[in-house]
Design a protein around this ligand. Structure first.
Ligand SMILES: *Cc1c(COP(=O)(O)O)cnc(C)c1O
Length: 212
């Protein structure tokens, strides 16, 4: 990992989007290097790995949970994360809302793009439905949407899908005024994402290099 690459990307993104440095599979040393540059937002996919790193690193890091959420880990993920990006099933949403711990949580609903059978996430209608019915007094705050582009599609198709996601984002903002985050864009497609008004990008390999 070179600090120059990080600084270059940071400058390129500027104030357009919040940069989440996705540190899964990366050692503590690399995370600290960015922390010492003032970076505070890091992303992880596994609760175990997140907990281990959190215990060893400064308390003012904001941890973003990006991975698959297992039902029996919901409370622990709520306690450990500043924001949960990967809420992709109604069952998990319900468990979050009914979670009895006092800890508040910021969540994003994951949008399923295109027709990939294996991709998880909600359809547009499911997202609209959840947001319309969500109790704003709940300690679970829906802050927006998370989008992952499909594998193996070309840049112009990615852009079309990102534009569609942005259209939905505009709609849900009108329904719930606490919504202000569109988490869209990874190492391979963050330029397209930002051009489609993403305001949060999740970058791993392009910043840290290959994962272990
Ligand atoms: C791993 C991961 C990333 C980072 O991926 P890179 O291609 O390394 O930038 C971003 N978002 C999610 C949901 C991920 O699982």
């Amino acid at each position: 990992m070179s600090l120059e690459t990080y600084l270059k990307i940071k400058k390129e993104i500027g104030s357009k989007a919040t940069l989440i440095a996705v540190s899964k599979g990366q050692p503590i040393k690399k995370i600290l290097k960015l922390y010492n540059e003032g970076h505070r937002d890091f992303g992880e996919n596994f609760l175990q790995e997140l907990s281990e790193k959190k215990a060893q690193l400064p308390a003012d890091i904001r941890w973003h949970f990006l991975g698959n959420i297992q039902s029996n880990k919901v409370s622990k993920i709520v306690e450990s994360s500043h924001m949960i990006h990967s809420v992709s099933r109604y069952k998990i949403y319900k468990l979050l809302v009914n979670d009895l711990s006092e800890v508040a949580a910021n969540i994003l609903l994951q949008l399923k793009l295109g027709s990939e059978e294996t991709k998880s996430g909600f359809s547009e209608n499911e997202i609209l439905d959840i947001i319309e019915k969500h109790d704003k007094q709940s300690k679970i705050k829906i802050k927006g949407m998370m989008v992952i582009s499909e594998n193996r599609i070309d840049a112009s198709t990615i852009k079309l899908q990102f534009q569609q996601a942005r259209g939905l984002f505009e709609k849900i903002k009108k329904i719930n005024n606490e919504i202000d985050i569109l988490s869209m864009g990874m190492s391979s497609d963050y330029h397209e994402a930002i051009s489609c008004n993403s305001n949060m990008v999740r970058l791993g390999t392009v910043i840290f290099g290959k994962r272990a």
